[in-house]
Design a protein around this ligand. Structure first.
Ligand code: PMP
Ligand code: GLN
Length: 386
């Protein structure tokens, strides 16, 4: 194994899902829903399979999907992208992130990101021979995660090539505020840096959040330097389809495509027209999806609090983090490894998403994208801890 990959073992998601299968525990670790997405989308995929849309699609993605991605971004965020040249379909957001970093970073270039970070970020940065400059998100007095603006400013320097921003943020459920985004944008402009935004949870900002979702690309001077990434997995409950996309100015998007064509070439021909159907669903679909997830958030946050956890309620995503100190836990990794045996539930330690392990030592993450009865069962089991 090459040196640059040696620090990376099996992903924590694979480890914890295997543990759930082995022990028969309720799996609130890896984030995937246990119900299917919109029936119109599933029917369109079946139809595409049946009608022979099963060979290589065009390199940038099927035209209907690129057109739907453009229309969706115009409808929800007022962003205009040309489906021919400014949008490319990828094998999930994961490939888009990897291809963006590989296409934009020279070895030694620096990538500013926030920790805890989604695990593929560190690996993609390492594959490019780039260097990550994490800025730590910490629980603040108001129960929300925040960062020190001076630390963000200090993370930017002459080698900064890009900032990788995930909002709404996995695993904390943080939604970056307009002020925080304005600072990120200011620093990008000041340092001539690009931004790569991971917005896979763009439709999961709860109605009581302190801020709506604001794509960084909508800020002054940012559209021309931002690659905006999203995917179908979360919004349409089809994480196994791995259909994602990247939007941005043609020069940046073509850098992504240059890499993508040698990573996967193309992907998921019959699923692409189906995702196009889903993206065109009426606003009610997106609102109902969010409301359903918000009810589950409330159910799990309430249940975890009753079970004795100190809960950091999320404003977005389908994850909630909790501090295990209140339950006598000293270390989230140890806590999660023993949890299935102790009470038959799987969670994910967020410590593994920090360079500064101390900052995440006591924190663990639960996914609430599960049927209410599954959450009820998990909470019943977790109550046995106290
Ligand atoms: N980014 C974040 C923040 C995620 O939580 C995930 C996992 N769903 C991904 C990217 C990967 O998305 P995809 O499955 O579309 O590759
Ligand atoms: N994004 C999902 C999570 O954070 C799972 C992704 C994965 O398993 N790689 O749980």
């Amino acid at each position: 194994l090459v040196a640059r990959m040696r620090p990376f073992g099996t992903t924590v998601f694979a480890e914890m899902s295997a543990l759930a299968v082995r022990t028969g525990a309720v799996n609130l670790g890896q984030g995937f829903p246990d119900t299917d997405g919109p029936p119109e989308m599933l029917a369109a995929a079946a139809e595409a399979l049946r009608t022979g849309q099963n060979q290589y699609p065009p390199g940038p993605g099927v035209p209907a999907l690129r057109a739907a991605v453009a229309a969706h971004q115009r409808r929800f965020w007022g962003l205009e992208y040309d489906p021919d040249g400014e949008i490319v379909v990828t094998a999930g957001a994961t490939e888009a992130i990897a291809a963006a970093i590989l296409g934009l970073c020279e070895p030694g270039d620096e990538v500013v990101c926030f920790e805890p970070y989604y695990d593929s970020y560190a690996a993609s940065i390492a594959l490019a021979g780039a260097v990550r400059r994490p800025v730590t998100l910490r629980p603040a007095a108001d129960g929300r995660y925040a960062f020190d603006p001076a630390a963000l400013r200090a993370a930017f320097g002459p080698r900064t090539r890009l900032v990788l921003l995930n909002s709404p943020h996995n695993p904390t459920g943080k939604v970056f505020t307009p002020d925080e985004l304005a600072l990120v944008a200011e620093l990008c402009r000041e340092h001539g840096a690009y931004a790569v935004t991971d917005e896979v949870y763009e439709h999961l900002v709860f109605t009581d959040a302190s801020t709506p979702h604001v794509p960084l690309a909508t800020l002054p001077g940012m559209r021309e330097r931002t690659l905006r990434i999203s995917s179908a997995g979360k919004t349409f409950s089809c994480t196994g389809w791995k259909v994602g996309w990247v939007s941005g100015p043609a020069a940046l998007v073509s850098a992504v495509l240059r890499v993508k064509q040698f990573l996967t070439f193309v992907n998921a021909a019959p699923l692409q027209p189906a995702v196009a159907v889903a993206l065109a669903l009426p606003n009610d679909y997106f609102a109902d999806f969010r409301d359903g997830m918000q009810a589950r958030r409330d159910q799990l946050v309430g249940g975890l609090t009753d079970a004795g956890f100190e809960v950091l309620a999320p404003e977005g995503t389908y994850f909630v983090t909790a501090d295990v100190s209140a339950l006598g836990g000293r270390d989230g990794v140890e806590f999660c490894r023993s949890l299935p045996e102790r009470c038959g539930v799987v969670a994910v330690p967020t410590q593994v998403f920090y360079d500064d392990a101390e900052a995440g030592r006591h924190l663990i993450r639960f996914a609430f994208c599960k049927r209410p009865e599954v959450l009820t069962e998990a909470v019943t089991r977790l109550r046995r801890l106290s």
